[in-house]
Design a protein. Structure first.
Length: 295
């Protein structure tokens, strides 16, 4: 919904075309670096409590973006949104695993997929219709009633049993060194990927130095998690070896990564192309690339 309106929003709030893409980048960056953290946090303090916190964070993002009067505030709101968005993505999957037996999970994942499909088809069109100077803020305000309904539904209906732990046991679940290395390495790696070829040349030191440092950091993270774990902290593991034990699953991870790169490049760059190059009305760009909605 937001991507098609970014040119209009950035122009009104004083952002350039290049800066408009940071709205998507900061969201995905915050989503990526904190996604694993939300999973561990829910293991320690319970899925129900943490998903309610995530919804409140998402609501805070809506308010920040809805009242933004400059592009810096908008980017701050998008970063907060990514923080909550990562939690929603990972906790949705974890809740299905907790609530549904193995043979029924495919059905629930299919329902979640249908919701995403409806959002992908209708969201950009709605966003295009609202992408005007006087109405674009409704792209954010429209989320508040949905968040309120979700919050109330979870409070009333969601009941989960969880293992009782004291505070010390909960804190031992967190992989502090691994989390720090992962967050820093991911940020250092993704930032030059974003500004390479736009703000700085791909082979300039501003791009190559952080890119190499980020890759080195990710390698260190992988070695630490898989080889150098402390025996004193058997539970505090951000990534388990078992998730890479099956070759077919690893191929699935790679396919998902490629799919994400293609999808989000399409989502954020195609609307800009149709509006800036083809000079289309904001609602038209999302009707042109309709093949993206097909299976």
């Amino acid at each position: 919904m937001l991507s098609v309106a970014l040119p209009v929003i950035s122009a009104e709030l004083g952002g350039s075309s290049a800066e408009a893409f940071w709205a998507g980048t900061l969201y995905l960056l915050a989503c990526t670096v904190l996604m694993l953290f939300w999973g561990t946090l829910s293991d320690a303090f319970g899925r129900r409590l943490i998903i309610l916190v995530v919804l409140l964070v998402f609501a805070l993002r809506t308010i920040i973006c809805g009242v933004a009067t400059d592009w810096t505030t908008m980017l701050a709101g998008r970063t907060v949104q990514g923080t909550g968005g990562g939690g929603i993505l990972v906790l949705t999957t974890m809740l299905i695993t907790d609530l549904a037996p193995l043979r029924e999970r495919g059905r629930f994942y299919a329902l979640v997929g249908c919701i995403w499909a409806v959002e992908s088809a209708s969201g950009p069109i709605i966003g295009g219709g609202l992408a005007k100077k006087d109405t674009w803020r409704w792209i954010f305000w429209i989320n508040l009633p949905i968040i309120a309904i979700s919050f109330a539904g979870i409070v009333i209906f969601l009941r989960l049993s969880r293992k009782s732990r004291n505070l010390k046991e909960k804190l031992r679940l967190f992989d502090y060194p691994g989390s720090l290395v992962f967050i820093v390495a991911t940020i250092v790696f993704l930032m030059p990927v974003t500004w390479g070829g736009t703000q700085y040349p791909w082979f300039g030191w501003q791009t190559l130095v952080p890119l190499i440092l980020g890759l080195v950091g990710l390698v260190i993270f992988a070695i630490y998690e898989l080889k150098l774990r402390s025996p004193r902290l058997p539970q505090a593991r951000l990534v388990s070896k078992s998730v890479f034990a099956n070759r077919s699953v690893c191929i699935g991870y790679g396919s998902s990564a490629v799919h994400g790169m293609i999808l989000y490049s399409f989502v954020y760059y195609m609307p800009e192309f149709f509006q800036a190059i083809k000079l289309y009305n904001p609602i038209i760009p999302e009707s042109r690339p309709c093949p993206k909605l097909s299976p």
